[in-house]
Design a protein around this ligand. Structure first.
Ligand code: ASP
Length: 338
């Protein structure tokens, strides 16, 4: 049944997350807003780490970490998702278990509060890997997931971004509004969220969640819900979650590409990620990848000016970063509003 058996013994614990990569401008990111992101990232790390520290699985840690970011309006996932051209929030998510290579995903869903939970439910409760649209919503409802009115996902900021994108006839990646043209007062771009985790049993898992692109049309689906593009996990190599220009990440099979370099070519994980990002750059894309192996070694690589990101391990200290500088410890204040 399982392709990679659970290892005996106790592995180091590790959780790595991202909250989107892109053309984040220092000048546009106020101290207050940067702190809000740092807190949100630290809360996500703390929630996921609590699962790992209490003996939970990497897949449950990935879900816990992503749910925090989906529930925050700061990120382009769940509550903070961007609008499509039709004025809808069309969400996408995927998850993968590195032990069994089982995976689940949803695309174009408009009423599921936490798409990462829906992806997990597709993985565990259906015979399929990906469900989309109304079918996915009906399945999620049947499985008892929280269903919300589409208006739950409305935020003024995202609506304003859509109006600007429509007026400029542009399709915008949330974190990359185009050459130096911030959208509707954007302080810096932020987007898709993802997590990769290693539990004490040595098992890897990965997950990704997004609202996709502002002003996307015709049922556009990006890389985030596609196994092998936005998400991949295999205990024999690495767990990966991606953020960036989805079309190029699909064409480069970004997450699987990175994992395959590690498993088959024995590349160091950072080099594998950089190779994938270079392939993506060569076809006109950019973004970032978080990568974690079964020893607990990790890489957070991006070829954009920044990537919201963080890591936590056995010391239980959340370390977060936005720009190129090394990640710094952040104390998580439970009282802070996300
Ligand atoms: N990869 C996402 C997409 O293309 C966008 C992002 O990472 O922000 O839908």
């Amino acid at each position: 049944m399982s392709t990679n058996s659970v290892k005996a013994g106790v592995s180091p614990l590790r959780l790595v997350i991202h909250g989107g990569a892109g053309a984040i401008k220092r000048s546009k990111l106020t101290t207050e807003r940067a702190q809000a992101y740092q807190q949100a990232l630290a809360q996500s790390l703390t929630a996921g780490y609590a699962v790992l520290a209490s003996g939970g699985s990497s897949i449950d840690a990935v879900i816990a970490a992503i749910v925090v970011m989906e529930d925050s309006p700061l990120f382009n996932a769940g509550k903070g998702s961007v609008f499509s051209h039709a004025g809808r929030n069309e969400l996408e998510s995927s998850i993968m278990d590195g032990t069994t290579l089982m995976a689940g995903a949803v695309a174009a869903v408009t009423t599921i509060r936490n798409p990462i939970r829906a992806a997990y439910t597709v993985m565990t409760k259906s015979a399929h890997v990906m469900l989309m649209g109304q079918g996915a919503e009906a399945f999620a409802a049947e499985q008892g997931l929280e269903i919300v009115d589409p208006s739950y996902f409305y935020t003024q900021k995202r609506w304003d971004q859509l109006q600007q994108a429509i007026s400029e006839e542009r399709v915008l990646r949330d974190h990359d509004a185009g050459p130096g043209t911030p959208v509707a007062g954007e302080d810096g771009k932020h987007g898709t969220v993802g997590a990769v985790a290693l539990d004490r049993y040595g098992n890897l898992a990965a997950g990704t969640s997004t609202g996709g692109l502002t002003n996307k049309r015709f049922g556009r689906v990006g890389d985030s819900p596609i196994i092998g593009a936005g998400t991949y996990a295999d205990n024999r190599s690495v767990a990966v979650s991606a953020t960036g220009t989805g079309e190029m990440f699909i064409r480069a099979a970004a997450a699987f590409n990175t994992a395959a370099q590690v498993r088959l070519l024995h590349k160091p994980i950072a080099e594998a990620a950089d190779n994938t990002l270079a392939e993506i750059a060569a076809i006109g894309g950019d973004g970032g990848l978080i990568v974690l192996d079964a020893k607990g070694d990790y890489a957070m690589r991006f070829n954009t000016s920044g990537m919201y990101r963080g890591v936590i391990g056995n010391d239980g200290i959340a370390r977060v970063g936005i720009f190129l500088e090394a990640e710094t410890p952040v104390t998580c204040s439970p009282a802070s509003a996300l």
